[in-house]
Design a protein around this ligand. Sequence first.
Ligand code: NAD
Length: 331
Amino acid sequence: MAVIGTGKMGADHVRRLHEVISGARVAAVADIEPERAKSLAATIEECTAYTEPAAAMASQEVDAVLVASPGPAHEAALVEALDRGLPVLCEKPMTPDTASSLRILEAEQRLGRRRIQVGFMRRYDVEYAKLKGLLDGGELGRALMLHQRHRNLAMPPGFTDEMLITSSVSHEVDATRWLLDEEIAAVTVHKPRATSLAPDGMNDPQFVLLETVSGALVDVEIFGHCGYGYQVQAEAVCERGTVRIGDEQGLRVSVEGRWGGHVPPDYVERFEDAYDREVQAWVDATRRGEVTGPSAWDGYAASAVCEAGVVSQRQGGRVEVELVERPDLYR
Ligand code: NAD
């Protein structure tokens, strides 16, 4: 396969495909930074480095594509892959706005079959999957509320207020739609006073309230500069009980009069197992000629919710989410 974008996620996926995943081989990598692609390709046998994503996808050796370039570059890569009929695993967000996501939905429908999986890997996390199983099983009754927390040690340079929603909260948006099996109808973003640890001008943390079509309420704390590690937690409040995930269950060490555990520094460590499961499931489905994970519709719906969130972030107040009718391909 070809991996497009060889930065933090792309390089980690190349390592994963090479060392962990069975049934796939990285034959091509592409990055607009030639040296980055070249030095990564040099670590893999029979892997060619390209600067043009289209050239990597054109290689006779390539049957599938993993897109890990930045969000604004995804549309061009997805169009290229669809034109070639190649299956794609595209890192989230599918595209950064609703108009471009709609163009991708339309292009895939013209092809007449699903080719795109979007990298919402929380669905492959063991605890999230158990939570989904419990909610679907009905033992706890209907879910009434979700509380979600998404905390980062610090954000990379260039990370904006908008990206807190479009890049970070997009994970909770997808988790909400998937866990509750319904669309999100409205978004309200609140901005508490900002931490002094955030760059000037960034409102960090933010508190996002999602309302689902059937009236469930979902809150998301997004905190970009919590300063102590990467933490993702969720709690479902249901009619007959509650269920929490994301409380670190690793080693509890007692030493020198204190007890404690480890908070991972970032998502690469926290969700390592989920990424492994996501990519293995995608490779297995691709070899069977199927697409089984989060679809282009899920990518589009997340973009639409995040776009409403950005409007609320700028203007204040509650903003309704507008979705086109769900096409037959995604029913
Ligand atoms: P990064 O900046 O570390 O790497 C991006 C790479 O893409 C860079 O090497 C850059 O030179 C290259 N690039 C830029 N434009 C390109 C183009 N047009 N064609 C080919 N390569 C191009 O970014 P990252 O943190 O690795 O993020 C990459 C993607 O992964 C983003 O979509 C991001 O939202 C997503 N991501 C997902 C998760 C997750 O948990 N699923 C976590 C972090 C990032």
